[in-house]
Design a binder for this molecule. Structure first.
Ligand code: SF4
Ligand code: SF4
Length: 424
């Protein structure tokens, strides 16, 4: 009855012992909040959030039609579209597309992690390289990302230097510039040899049939243009009505997550590389990929309406809610699973079920509501968490202290401390 709750408690206790990591996470979150509040003096973030949340809700109301329209528009533009009902199907599709033993360059993507695609391809003999510096460090540490935008938030520069040194085969000093130089040199070689680029998508526009990806490092450009095949994996809820809505997503991502204005690179991809320069005959595959596949991942998202948590599908995965979340500040990556924080717990319920959501921290949320104020889509995460708690309670998945409060009342004795007598 309490197995999942105990497991969540054990994860948090373990996280509380990682003092260095807790300090790093708390410092980074405070910094993002400061940067965001100083940016808000120059940018009207409230107006942006209002427009974005309205657009996301309009899209949500017609999501299934827009997903169909997106698939048609993408195919018209030469993409090959695959629909995966669950993570297993997504892995199967990826397995058919990537020859075993290949070299794959991968960008940071929660959808790829959610479906376990990279591990699956590795198990079939392919080498899959993380190309985002933070993810690369997390991969070397055999750890898990701590934040959707800054995955190695929990690793110190000394730790990253040590890991990179082992990978490149020479001593790299614990200096961010030197580490970056070493990683750049190492991955440059990999980019030129890779046969496949595996990425997520920040949005997919239904009207124009375009996928968009953002990055600060430039790794997305290399992953989507150097290999002969590009495979993008995205949750169904990454579909937006049109490029106008997509641009609102792009404009909100960096300010709400890390308090910076825009990501350095925004890539809009409208099909495979092609030319018609020779007598107007179209040849596919010039300098960029000749094949671009899009795997549209459902994996429980269509069940969101049954659980009454469909609002979660408006999420753009910016991580802004984490900056203000007291539970995440204390528990860090122990709060959530693939997706972090309260919204991460909601996604865990959709993609892996309620038991896993309890394990991921369904009972950690204080329902303080701070995340609602910091969300560019104004998602009411505490309300969604409460709905899931209700569903969990119906299934007997309670938090043990709550259950203890149900025990019959006893008469209090004056000679015993109160905490020994109350079921705290
Ligand atoms: S309501 Fe829950 S998820 Fe939101 S900030 Fe508070 S503790 Fe975090
Ligand atoms: S819930 Fe809102 S703030 Fe949190 S990741 Fe999603 S869009 Fe960003």
């Amino acid at each position: 009855m309490f197995t999942q709750y105990y497991s969540s408690r054990a994860r948090v206790s373990e996280a509380l012992r990682r003092l260095g990591e807790r300090r790093a996470v708390a410092t980074a979150l405070r910094r993002f909040s400061r940067l965001k509040s100083s940016l808000s003096k120059r940018l009207d973030l409230e107006a942006l959030a209002e427009r974005l949340s309205e657009a996301r809700r309009r899209t949500l109301a017609q999501l299934s039609e827009l997903v169909k329209q997106a698939a048609e528009s993408l195919e018209e533009n030469g993409f090959q579209v695959h629909y995966a009902r669950d993570a297993r199907e997504a892995r199967r599709i990826a397995e058919k597309l990537v020859e075993p033993g290949s070299l794959v360059v991968k960008s940071k993507s929660s959808a790829i992690e959610e479906a376990g695609i990279a591990e699956h391809l590795r198990s079939l003999g392919s080498e899959v390289y993380e190309t985002d510096l933070g993810e690369y460090a997390v991969q070397l540490a055999r750890s898990h990302r701590a934040h959707p935008i800054v995955p190695a938030l929990h690793l110190s520069r000394e730790k990253i230097a040590e890991l990179v040194s082992m990978d490149v085969g020479y001593k790299v000093p614990p200096d961010p510039r030197e580490i970056t130089k070493a990683v750049r040199r190492r991955l440059r070689e990999v980019f030129t040899k890779a046969g496949y680029g595996l990425t997520g998508a920040n949005f997919i526009s239904a009207e124009e049939g375009v996928i968009a990806l953002v990055s600060n490092e430039g790794n997305i450009r290399n992953s989507t243009s150097l290999p002969k095949t590009h495979i993008a994996v995205a949750g169904l809820n990454k579909v937006v009505r049109d490029l106008d809505e997509g641009l609102l997503v792009i404009r909100a991502l960096a300010p709400f997550s890390i308090g910076s204005r825009l990501p350095s690179y925004v890539s809009l991809i409208a099909g495979p590389s092609k030319t018609a320069d020779i007598e107007l005959e179209t040849v596919v595959g010039v300098h960029g990929p000749s094949e671009v596949h899009v795997i549209l991942l459902d994996n429980g998202r269509s069940r969101a309406w049954d659980l009454g948590v469909e609002e979660a599908l408006c999420c753009i995965n910016c991580g802004g809610c984490l900056n203000e979340c007291p539970a995440y500040t204390i528990a860090g990556r122990a709060y959530g699973h693939v997706y972090k924080g309260g919204i991460g717990v909601v996604y865990t319920a959709l993609t892996e079920g309620l038991e896993k959501a309890v394990e991921a921290g369904l009972y950690l949320c204080t329902t303080c509501g701070r995340c609602v104020l910091s969300c560019p889509c104004r998602i009411n995460t505490p309300a969604l968490v409460e709905r899931l708690r209700e569903a969990a309670a119906r299934r007997g998945l309670m938090a043990e202290p709550h259950y203890r409060w149900l025990s019959p009342p006893r008469e209090l004795q004056d000679d015993k401390p109160l905490e020994e007598q109350l079921p705290l």
